[in-house]
Design a protein around this ligand. Structure first.
Ligand SMILES: [Zn+2]
Length: 218
């Protein structure tokens, strides 16, 4: 066998714990195998994890289906989410719809919002924030949206929005946000993580954010 680092000749050098042949490269002084059985290193693993997250398979489920460790699944999800950025909005003057999904982190009384905005033209998610049910969370989202210079921002009648969005941009009322309300249903159907009654998910903030990122933009 040739060395993976220097392409030199390797010697046979005993066996691994699982019985597969081990090789030793005298030039690099490294042990290696011709073929690795652990599936986490195969090229398709990341894309499979991405699809399974979008199908709302839980962490343990993904680990079982792919035959890899739970810790690896968590690491990969975090890693995948970290390199995903929100798609840039090409045209300015877009109309946005903003709404918030109720959820909780760890305990039922620890209430959180997933506040997010969609482009009314194509229903693509423009931005989102996960945070406590406070004005600060919404402000974080609205400030980022205002920097996109939208034509209008449509919301429900929640009074917090009136104080955050300039009056000339703001349209409020239940009929203004029919598209995002329909999307709420889709998201809750696709991501069981957000359904109010389930014991299948850990309810960690980091995992929720990571999975949303993969689901929206992955
Ligand atoms: Zn070598």
């Amino acid at each position: 066998m040739d060395c993976v680092n220097c392409q030199g000749k390797c010697w046979r050098s005993g066996r691994q714990k699982n019985g597969s042949q081990r090789y030793y490269c005298p030039a690099c002084r490294k042990f290696q195998q011709a073929r690795y059985q652990y599936k986490a290193y195969s090229a398709s693993t990341d894309s499979q994890i991405r699809s399974l997250v979008c199908e709302s398979v839980c962490i343990r489920g993904i680990a079982r289906v792919l035959g890899i460790a739970r810790g690896t699944v968590l690491d990969r999800i975090r890693g995948l989410a970290a390199i995903i950025t929100s798609p840039a909005c090409q045209s300015d003057q877009i109309s946005l719809e903003v709404d918030e999904l109720w959820t909780y982190i760890n305990r039922k009384d620890n209430e959180y919002w997933v506040a997010y905005a969609i482009n009314r033209g194509n229903s693509v998610v423009v931005d989102f924030v996960v945070g406590k049910r406070t004005k600060a969370t919404l402000k974080q989202l609205i400030d980022r949206l205002l920097s996109l210079k939208p034509k209008t921002i449509r919301t429900d009648k929640l009074t917090l929005y009136e104080r955050l969005i300039p009056k000339r941009l703001h349209r409020a009322g239940s009929t203004c946000i029919n598209r995002i309300e329909r999307k709420n249903l889709t998201i809750r159907t696709h991501l069981k993580r957000l359904s109010p009654r389930t014991i299948c998910f850990s309810r960690s903030l980091l995992m929720l954010e990571s999975c949303l990122r993969i689901y929206f933009w992955g």
